[in-house]
Design a binder for this molecule. Sequence first.
Ligand code: MN
Length: 506
Amino acid sequence: MHTTDTPEIWFLCGSQHLYGPGPLKQVAENAQKIAATLGASPRIQGARVIYKALLTTPAEITRIMAAADAGETCAGLILWMHTFSPAKMWIRGLAALKKPLLHLHTQFHRDLPWGTIDMDYMNLHQSAHGDREAAHLHTRLRLDRKIVVGHWTEPQVHDRIDAWARAARAWHDWQGARILRLDDNMRQVAVTEGDKVAAEIRLGFTVNSHGIGDLAERIAAVPEKAADALAADCLAAYAPAPALRKNGARHASLRDAARIELGLRALLDETGAKALTDTFEVLHGLNQLPGLPIQRLMADGYGFGGEGDWKTAALVRAMKVMGRGLKGGASFMEDYTYHLDPANPLVLGAHMLEVCPTIAAPGRKPSLEIHPLGIGGKGDPVRLVFDARPGDAVNASLIDLGNHFRLVVNEVTAIKPPRPLPRLPVARALWRCRPDFRTALAAWLHAGGAHHTAFSHAVTTEMLEDFAAIAGIELALIDRDTRLGDFKTRLRLNDHYYATAQGLRN
Ligand code: MN
């Protein structure tokens, strides 16, 4: 994947000097043991948890928060108060902190030592009240942190930390990220628009446009041998239609797609972009809309949004980073067509071409095909065709409401198509919505969710919830518990809350 290394999460333990050097030494040893256990946990793959410090003075706290903010490898902080740490010591440091924060509410010893418990034990195991003092300040500072409760050896505690670490890693990846936007967004379309300045202020990535000529130039410069080699790789990697094979009637189209992919890679490398958009309306110098090339770039970890949709491109990238190493991938998606049988209503998701093969059902190679495309006025594009894997998934949309960003998420279950779709020339996913079709769709429309989404089997609601909290943006979640009336009320309240919470700084 085109990404940085796995970032660090710094484990910080709070205390004070009241207890003397002996207990503080014990506190530091215990904190190191917890951090080492989390760092070595096979359940925590999102980032590397490392022990950083025992903090007992305002100066130490302020210094380490500044170091975390400046640290390029640090994606977030885990705080834990083994003993009582008066929270006013933390104000200066936490008020300035920009990095994501997780408050681990745990205790070193799991069980009360009923027969031997004395005041020494009580004085060392104070997180029950020490963490309350800390959390009061976090709330007072309106820090949107994650709180994980339970003993530090519990698998569920590790899983909660991993979900947050994955969100923190995706957020870390967004900061300073570049998104390559070829030309503009599709004419007259509203939902793919947005305030790119607000996005950079609030979300950290920058969107820069290039003319399609910049891509056409790089495509023209691709050596013939390189195009031949990539076309051969594609024939081996997928199940090609006979016409696309080496001596087939349409092999030249596959070579064209290979040239486009190499041209896109050259431009992505030059600009250092992690995601890209294009639009079928502006393809000067290209002889087909990029289908296969975009599908392969997404499989390598690049984000993508069609028709100039840079918000979805950024979200696809973030969800690829979040889900890295987990089963199932992430893809650009569009809610395309419905099956409106009242007994079994379904959504058929697809796009003109660009669905990522990381979400394909396992067991068979995607088929490499060529078909006409009714729009764009160019040659027939080459594309991969497959069914998405069955299983639980999330469908997410990032929208700009003018005064704040909203992340709309629907929990869905992808299913195997009940019958083959032999004439559908694009990759597709078929899913059921939670809590039910009517509620989910009405909620999605009320929330203003786009037709473009990022779809993933690997990413969970919890990761997206943590991500929205880190980003300070609204999450509109449509899940098994959603009731339309409550959902609409929450949208109205959130509209007010987020406009107020971020104030004029947007
Ligand atoms: Mn579209």
